[in-house]
Design a protein around this ligand. Structure first.
Ligand SMILES: [Ca+2]
Length: 204
């Protein structure tokens, strides 16, 4: 009976470790006019212009739910972040789904360069998110949806950025997806596998 219960429990444990969403620090690649510091970006060259960015190494797989999220640490520069299918260049108008942080604590939404509206402001410590659920992309400020895109999303997605002024930052950038690899998931697999093997060899 005890063995039956264990054998029922661990497949559930295994499954949950596979399908539950994982949130990880973004690992940046292809930096242009920015300095990478962990999961933060700082524009350090290029003067003023939409010529600085980096994108995430990790992806949200096609058809998967997921999000990119930042925690704001400045309110004095122009910069954008969001989700794209590919990294075209460093300019803001190639980000498919972007939040535009503007000095004066204003927020706008841009999709591939199209202005889609201005919304409630942000402040130091605000948590801003661009999220895909099924095929719908939403924009959130501290957990509250303030805009929903009219353009369905089905492709693989990366975190995409664009920073205007030297000194502009995007801070504590994280990505969440059920399929993004995380060390603890691998560990869960190994522990569960070991336990199942061990249980099998116990005398009845
Ligand atoms: Ca880009």
């Amino acid at each position: 009976m005890k063995k039956t219960f264990t054998l029922m429990l661990f497949p559930i444990f295994l499954l949950s470790s596979i399908v539950s969403a994982t949130t990880v620090d973004v690992i940046w690649q292809t930096p242009v006019n920015v300095t990478v510091d962990g999961n933060n970006l700082l524009k350090t060259s290029g003067g003023s212009g939409w010529n600085a960015d980096a994108v995430s190494l990790q992806t949200i797989a096609a058809g998967e739910n997921g999000f990119v999220e930042i925690t704001v640490e400045q309110t004095t520069t122009n910069r954008m972040f969001g989700l794209s299918d590919i990294n075209v260049n460093s300019v803001f108008n190639t980000i498919d789904y972007a939040i535009f942080l503007i000095p004066g604590k204003r927020i706008q939404v841009y999709e591939n360069g199209s202005f889609l509206g201005e919304f409630a402001g942000y402040d130091i410590g605000s948590v801003l998110r661009v999220e895909r659920i099924d095929t719908t992309v939403s924009y959130l400020n501290d957990g509250v949806v303030f805009f929903t895109s009219g353009v369905a999303s089905t492709t693989e997605l990366i975190v995409d950025t664009s920073i205007h002024e030297v000194g502009g930052t995007l801070s504590n950038v994280v990505l969440s997806s059920p399929t993004v690899p995380e060390p603890s998931t691998c560990l869960s697999f190994l522990i569960a596998l070991f336990f199942l093997t061990f249980r099998k060899k116990l005398p009845q």
